[in-house]
Design a protein around this ligand. Sequence first.
Ligand code: NDP
Length: 475
Amino acid sequence: MAQAEIGLIGLGVMGSNLALNIAEKGNKIAVFNRTVDATRKFYAEAGELQGQIVPCETIEEFVAAIRPPRPIIIMIKAGDPVDQQMELLKPYLEKNDIMIDAGNANFRDTMRRFENLKDSGLTFIGMGVSGGEEGARHGPSIMVGGTEDSWKRVEKVLTSIAAKYNEDPCVAWLGENGAGHFVKTIHNGIEYADMQMIAEIYGILRDGLKMSATEIGEVFGTWNRGRLNSYLIEITEKVLKAADPITGGPIVDLILDKAGQKGTGKWSAIEAQNMGVPATAIEAAVAARSISSMKEEREAAEKVLGLPGGELDIADKAAFVKDLESALLAAKIGAYAQGFAVMSAASKEFGWNLPMPTIARIWRAGCIIRSQFLDEITTAFTKDPDVANLIVTPAFAAMVKETDGALRRVVSAAVLAGLPVPALASALGYFDSYRRSRGTANVIQAQRDFFGAHGFDRTDGKDSHHGPWGSGLNA
Ligand code: NDP
């Protein structure tokens, strides 16, 4: 029997769907799962794809079933389980075999795994996969980090299973070691911001304009046919219009307002902070999820403080809803600009040479943040790959100038009505501070010099770096 082209360990939600996708595209695949029952169940339910699948119940059998050099996808719970699985696998592997961690790894773990395998003769790939269950089954967006040689060994298989945007496969080799997992992390950070901004707009429509979930679903449906066209807006319409099978009312009204998180948003914010790059929309989104999880504290606080009690001061509801659409677009531009700026800084910091146009290109389909908007980002970065910030490219500068007025009106109205819009407001604050050549940090520099003798630079270039604070220098 011909050996499998590739192997996959971990038949959970993502692994089983990815394995079926690989098999369906004509690639023979060996599979293994820690719990044997899952392997048996997976194979039994594989239907006509069984001929392409080699189910294995031991690691030894699994490794022997794959053609060397063996690419082995590990799609299991991120963190320690990946290290444990790699240790169990290693004794059976041969020179040039490739372990591919396809889970949501912290890129710093990926870097460590590369370092640990450096002299072993084994190869490692850190691969970000986005698109959830559906993407894994029918075409995810795939972000690959590792050596170019190891990429060449897996390129054909990965290209066959990736999502396609107008025939263009949404997979690419992005750079050495942690590059793929870093880009996947920032993808998720942007996703956090995108989702939070949508939730804030939903909040204005629900609590400010007192619209029902179904009515709000209609609004998102209309927006999905315009410039905001994207997977997240599309599913938001579906989510808002879905009925609860028990009560018949909108299911969204019955869902507890506590958001979960697994770490990628937080890692995005931490890495942005580590490099000194503002990613305020992502930070606001992560913080908003944390506040959401404090349900009991929020209930207690509402009893003590009450709600602010303002009303949305809107003269023309239809015009305001149009403003909400433009505001969401403006804020989204801010979030994506921040995410790309973080990647640009990381590219220099870690020596990856991340290709910004390629990243935008492979996010156009398959992944959770897929959208028409990413095609526009691809075009902007293709024209100017080294631009300091997306918002100063001609196309996006024009979009910001066209939409930031709406964002300002929406944020102002929401703030006066006491409706929380932390991510929308942070995007506005980002635009307002980034575009202002004379900021206010002169006062901070003066304060720092006053209490800590830290010194400052002068606008006139004169060689005098401390202020006339007298005896105020008390560290
Ligand atoms: P599931 O919970 O569905 O499956 C987890 C898998 O991990 C199972 O196969 C399980 O095996 C295996 N596993 C857990 N611990 C160990 C261990 N110590 N040793 C060996 N195997 C272990 O997870 P998902 O498929 O959702 O997620 C897998 C990875 O993909 C994660 O890193 C996740 O963050 C990432 N991811 C998930 C997405 C999603 O939408 N769900 C999207 C993109 C990435 P067993 O059956 O024996 O328990």
